[in-house]
Design a protein around this ligand. Structure first.
Ligand code: ADP
Length: 492
């Protein structure tokens, strides 16, 4: 049998400690499944001010204090705290890199009120990436694999291949870099580069520079030993055009041989209506009739009238350009003339907050919005809605459409990235939802009308619900693919 691998999983957000989107769901689940597959896995993330030591059971580690981490002209002290991930299988240790100056604030990347990026995000995540190595040195622990995720951890592969290359501790350490979203790159002015202390030649076309700026994501793409992304379709898309590659399509294409698409799984201990602690009426495929109780509670909560025969369309999303709200906005009035109700949960760009607030005021019996981040409400929407809408412009994987399948909440999606890979249109033999291809309000509207027509025939509709509920997106199959990637790199 192959020996267990030592894996350090790095992420800027990990459920249940800190979350803005799907990266947290992945980071909270995948390490536990890898551990259950026999690997020695630990996680490291920043210790944000929003994390409560007592609630999250953080404890100090006596030996891991006053670690010096140079950023720019100064050296900053780091300490490491520890807790555990416990939701799925075996406990996985989580390290929290702590520095009050950089992370003792409520937001992860942006100021919660102004919604503006923190002005020192360059220094904050240089500190994190460099702090990873300085902490490992203090621990004397050399992982076989460091698995870095998204731009905040992008400098880690660059540090390993340059500044820490001759450190004997890391001589067998290899890096995997996962892209959860190509559009968020961590771009900073060229002047930020000196703060990294990387060798000057790294600020070049073959290194961390892109379009004259320091680019964290590019660092991850160039210096990692293997790259993965979160669906096969998105793996193709990001190599193919500016639209998906956001300017780095050439860089990913040049590493295509080292790129693998691995679809995200679902943590069914959290997202399954038969065990969901956030919903009033638990159900599964054998007790489907109980679902409607959740619909009633949802509509009451959102202040909408309840009628069993009127389908409710749910949306849960970061309110960002990527998610298709512009095409929805184009046809929102027309959509709300149809026999349906719309429930939206999201936070993000002010322009979408304004748009949805206006529309909800105008159509008080048909549409309700909650412009908050609310995990319990997210679960109730999954359980209470009849349909789930994701009209994304692009979608690396997308999780809510997969959650929706298990809740019997039929997805209506645009055929891009992970939405294309995980949902089959009912026109095919094994349909689970409704898909449209053209990125337009007209296509969106037509597809919703198609779903309404199908809903009118409840026996066909129930069949469609059951087909989705039977799908299995457990993490195990995807975790095994990650393990294959790790094994292809690790010392035998
Ligand atoms: P992305 O990572 O692009 O935001 P995903 O579909 O991969 O999109 O993952 C989104 C995750 O964040 C899901 O778990 C979803 O339920 C959650 N989420 C998004 N917005 C909110 C919100 N306003 N309140 C609660 N959960 C949210």
């Amino acid at each position: 049998m192959a020996r267990p691998l030592n894996v350090l999983f790095l992420s800027s957000e990990v459920e249940p400690f800190a979350k803005t989107g799907g990266l947290a769901d992945v980071s909270g689940a995948l390490p536990q499944v890898l551990k259950a597959l026999g690997q020695e896995v630990r996680v490291m993330m920043p210790r944000y001010g929003s994390i409560n030591d007592r609630k999250s059971h953080l404890h100090e580690m006596i030996r891991l204090k006053d670690i010096e981490v140079p950023v720019g002209k100064k050296s900053h002290p780091a300490s490491v705290k520890s807790s555990f991930l416990t939701s799925v299988h075996d406990k996985v240790q989580v390290y929290f890199l702590d520095n009050e100056h950089f992370f003792g604030r409520p937001g992860l990347y942006v100021h919660p009120e102004s919604k503006k990026d923190y002005a020192d995000n360059d220094e904050r995540f240089i500190f994190f990436c460099r702090g990873v190595f300085e902490s490992l040195r203090r621990m004397g622990w050399a992982p076989d694999i460091i698995h870095a995720n998204d731009w905040p951890t992008g400098l880690v592969p660059a540090y390993l291949k340059t500044m820490y290359r001759h450190d004997p501790l890391f001589k067998d350490t290899r890096t995997v870099f996962t892209i959860h979203n190509m559009a968020y790159q961590g771009q900073f002015p060229a002047a930020s580069f000196v703060k990294t202390h990387l060798p000057p030649e790294a600020f070049s076309q073959d290194g961390v520079e892109a379009y004259g700026k320091l680019n964290f994501l590019k660092a991850g793409l160039v210096y990692s030993d293997a790259i993965t992304t979160v669906s096969q379709k998105y793996a193709e898309e990001i190599c193919s055009s500016e639209e998906f590659g956001s300017g780095l399509q050439g860089v990913v294409a040049s590493r295509k041989k080292h790129l693998t698409g691995i679809v995200n799984g679902v943590d069914y201990t959290q997202w399954d209506p038969i065990v969901d602690e956030h919903i009033p009426h638990r159900y599964d495929v054998r007790s489907l009739d109980l679902k409607v109780g959740n619909k009633k509670v949802l509509l009451d909560k959102m202040g909408l009238p309840f009628d069993e025969h009127v389908p409710v369309i749910g949306m849960i999303s970061r309110l960002a350009d990527q998610k298709g709200f512009d095409i929805l906005g184009n046809v929102l009035d027309e959509l709300l003339k149809l026999d349906l109700q719309l429930v939206i949960l999201g936070t993000g760009d002010k322009k979408f907050h304004d748009m949805f607030e206006r529309a909800a005021k105008k159509h008080p019996a048909k549409m309700a919005v909650s412009l908050t981040f609310n995990n319990s409400l997210a679960h109730l929407i999954e359980a209470g809605a009849d349909m789930f809408l994701m009209p994304s412009r692009y979608e690396p994987c997308g999780l809510n459409q997969i959650y929706s399948l298990r809740y019997g909440t039929v997805p209506i999606v645009r055929a891009t990235g992970g939405l294309e890979d995980t949902i089959e249109d009912i026109s095919g033999s094994s349909g689970t939802g409704f898909k449209f291809t053209e990125y337009s309000g007209a296509d969106l509207l037509k597809t919703v009308q198609r779903a309404l027509a199908a809903f009118a025939n409840q026996s066909t509709w129930k069949k469609l619900m059951r087909a989705g509920m039977a799908k299995d997106f457990s993490w195990e199959a995807s975790a095994k693919k990650y393990l294959q990637v790790y094994r292809s790199l690790a010392r035998k």
